[in-house]
Design a protein around this ligand. Structure first.
Ligand code: DUC
Ligand code: ZN
Ligand code: ZN
Length: 479
């Protein structure tokens, strides 16, 4: 199959240029003007539109078994929804239960993901520690294309990683050339604050943000960063939602530490007033962790994105419908945590980022695609409109408009946190591996067409760090 995208303007992270893009056999093979292409090539008219790398959402949870239920969006529906919004690759999370073997969990998630319609990759969570975890981390990196491991600092008595687990896992990641990532919330504080709220008679969704105040995130972010600093390993903080966490990232980066931060579209746009909604279902639909924050945090997060101290945008897409959320009707602490967004991330960020002048188009490409590809080592295969790259592309219509609604979205959830938002700037066409999979509202996806994307370890950087550490090895004082 061959496709010529004609008449558009190519927008990459580093430049913008008028050019046609010709794709064949899943790859971009020519970029330029007056291209010599076979007469049978399908033509997409991109006049007046932008041709950009498809979005990469580095943080999703399709069909995650979590808090006594299973996320309603699976790898088929979730990747299809992503394509409808211009996102052509997700990085999802394999999350072993405590004591579950990492390889077993990886195989389980791989089976589930076979039905994906776009490309996907995985981080693996390290939720406990023993020699088998040490060994399996090695196998995952050497044989299965992993270069990142996740650590939940929250969810005590479930998947929370202790400091001991984190130190062991971060050290192992350094040996392997992989990057540790963290969900930064102090799980002990959350646990005790939840108890306190309930003792005070607070059982509704408003108790959720009250038991997870910004300091809970600030403390954990700082701890994770300092652990990484002590071990000399890079670290990536997922869903940074507070100015406290951003400040600690900014300080570490200004000191030369290799720290990355991700922000969710939801945290940029939605504030904590949603938890005061008198309608229990609507308030509960917003229960996710970390929670939505007071407005001043949103302004700080935008500044973080603009200054480059936050590099990626994601969604933490994790869908639970009203009947699932209802499990926590009498106790906010058991409302399944999660909200959707994989379909809407690109359009809401364009509308509130590019259209407002907060981001240039090139910065938009960086924070929705290229930076994630670089940080997780799949660039320029992904995150780039360049010859030889995967033909994962979005044709972006800056004049196109739509009103976001759960009634019309493709996501398998009965609620949309951006409900009613009118956006200007939407995808008109999405290509996945050189195939046209979305056109003006219509999806043309094939179950199982998505490929598992292997991500190589960061060999040379880590070799240098390990060598430097060897040279600086402390010696005992001879007495
Ligand atoms: N937060 C959520 O809201 N859902 C899934 C996991 C997480 O950390
Ligand atoms: Zn998380
Ligand atoms: Zn998550």
């Amino acid at each position: 199959m061959s496709i010529l995208i004609k008449g558009g303007t190519v927008v990459n992270a580093e430049n913008t240029a008028r050019a046609d893009v010709y794709c064949e056999e899943g790859k971009i093979v020519q970029i330029g003007e007056n291209l010599d292409v076979p007469s049978e090539a399908e033509i997409i008219d991109a006049g007046g539109q932008y041709v950009m790398p498809g979005g990469i959402d580095p943080h999703t949870h399709m069909q995650l078994p979590f808090m006594g239920t299973v996320a309603s969006e699976d790898f088929y529906t979730g990747t299809a929804a992503g394509l409808a919004g211009g996102t052509t690759c997700i990085i999802d999370f394999v999350i072993p239960a405590p004591q579950q073997n990492l390889m077993d969990a990886f195989h389980q998630w791989s089976d589930w993901a076979e039905k994906a319609v776009s490309d996907y990759s995985f981080h693996v969570a390290v939720t406990w520690w023993d020699e088998s975890v040490h060994k399996d981390m090695g196998t995952l990196v050497s044989d299965h294309g992993f270069n990142s491991f996740k650590h939940f600092m929250a969810y005590k008595n479930a998947i929370m990683a202790t400091d001991e687990t984190m130190v062991n896992s971060f050290s192992r990641a350094l040996e392997l050339g992989a990057i540790p990532t963290v969900h930064a919330e102090n799980g002990e504080l959350v646990f005790q604050l939840q108890r306190k709220m309930k003792e005070m008679g607070i059982t509704g969704p408003e108790g959720h943000p009250m038991s997870r105040p910004p300091e809970v995130e600030g403390e954990a972010a700082n701890r994770a960063i300092r652990i990484a600093q002590a071990l000399d390993v890079p670290v990536y903080l997922v869903h940074v939602s507070t100015k406290e966490a951003l400040e600690t990232i900014t300080r570490a980066r200004s000191e030369g530490q290799r720290v990355f931060g991700e922000v969710l579209a939801g945290h940029l746009l939605i504030d904590d007033s949603v938890y005061l909604d008198p309608d229990w279902d609507r308030a509960a639909a917003h229960v996710m962790s970390p929670p939505f924050r007071p407005k001043e945090h949103q302004e700080a997060l935008w500044r973080g994105l603009q200054s480059g101290n936050l590099q990626t945008t994601a969604t933490d897409h994790c869908c639970f419908c009203a009947d699932q959320k209802a499990a926590g009707r009498d106790d906010f602490s058991i409302i399944p945590n999660g909200t959707a967004g994989v379909e809407n991330r690109m359009e809401v960020l364009w509308h509130t980022g590019v259209s407002t002048g907060r981001l240039t188009m090139n910065e938009f490409v960086k924070v929705t695609s290229t930076n994630a590809a670089q940080i997780f080592n799949i660039h320029p295969r992904k995150g780039s409109v360049s010859v030889g790259a995967d033909a994962d592309l979005v044709v972006w219509d800056p004049q196109g408009t739509k009103t976001i609604s759960a009634k019309t979205h493709h996501q398998n959830i009965d609620f949309n946190i951006f409900e009613g938002m009118e956006v200007k700037g939407i995808p008109s066409h999405t290509l996945s591996n050189g195939k046209l999979v979305y056109k003006s509202g219509e999806l043309m996806v094939e179950r199982g067409a998505g490929n598992y994307v292997k991500r190589p370890p960061f060999a040379s950087y880590y070799d240098a760090v390990n060598k430097r550490r060897e040279q600086k090895k402390p010696t005992a004082v001879k007495r």
